[in-house]
Write a new protein. Sequence first.
Length: 452
Amino acid sequence: MNANESRGWAVGASRRTFLKTTGQVAATSALAGMAVPQVHAGEDGTLRLALIGCGGRGTGAASDTFRTTGGPVRLHAMADLFENRVNGSYERLSGSFGDQVDVPPERRFAGFDSYKHAIDSLRPGDVALLTAFATFRPSHFEYAVEKGVHVFAEKSFAVDAPATRRWLRAAELSEEKDLKVGCGFMWRHSHARQAVIERIHEGAIGDVHTMRIYRLQGPVHCPPVPEGANEMLFQLQHANRFTWVSGGFFVDWQCHNVDVACWAKDAWPVSAQAMGGRCYPQAGNFFDHYAVEYTFADGAKLFAFARHMNNCWNTYSDYAHGSKGSAVIMTSLRAPQPRIYQGHRMEPDALDWEYGQSDNNPYVTQMQLLLDAIRNDTPHNEARRAGEANLAALMGRTAAYTGAYVSWDQMLNSEVELVANVDDLTFDCEPPIRAGEDGRYSPPLPGMNTEI
């Protein structure tokens, strides 16, 4: 599908038409699903996987898939920009999972078009694991949908608004084709978080008026560009330091927290204003701290705080406050320990409810749900919601980078691209940004930077 085709996500869309289209497509998709026969796994029941993006996230996603139950799963093809990443991931996975990894050298692909070769090796109804850099996610998703394969896609899902619209067009087509799509917001499948958010939706803390989300942690630093280096190659080798490749710290990492807060509120924000900056030049070309204020249609607020610096107070946590009480949604990544309190003083004597159990492994659960839906031909498509959450995160980053007050409609309709012609990139292309004489990259300048 051409990225410029309008499938309900044309520039000029508004939040109202956005939500209206969501409902229309859901109804259309349900009818289409009854009319189109679903292609299942091979005759022996084995689902073949193609891993596109062989870094830590991709290797982890494949590992989680192997830990599911319900039928055989086999890794059939692998692809990445870099051959050493393909081979390294292959060695780790084959060493841990043995004959579940069946990827001979002729099905290990490297380069910018490697994803096509890996997906082409699948049968309709097999599964593509899309875990490469976010700048390529919409084109990889688009191709997988075109080929009729099911998808697991890691976050983040796009690095700018035009790419997000491209993702959403492919999401709409995946619904029409009744494909199963899982997305890497694994906290949606955490039983602990589900339990506390269900209680919030039932009114346990009253009307939600304020939420606070935090991702305060150590940095991922970018070294200076070596003299004479190929900067396109350098930036892709240090993807998590460049906004055009990864979406930046706020989008790529704090999108989890933004998604959970919007889930708790059961709404997407209508506007955002923010500030941020870069204290340390090692942070790459994006900020190393952010403070974002989101506003919802009913006036409720979401305050998002992000920082990646050494020797600072760290927390990875989410909270909600309502007219009758407050909730801890999570206190850490793997041990959320959700609780509900009477009032807003989160002390033991005000405790009203706590989950009080170990959580499931949501990384494996999200894969189990996807594969179960494929085998049983039941509805499962998270692509549209993932794109909406990505847009909400983009609002926060854009507000910080530009200093502007950003509405949902402005973000949805922005024409600013961080990288042009992403489908035609090569290592010989001019990189979207250049380092200064010291080998370091400049951060965005609020008041001068343009993203809307």
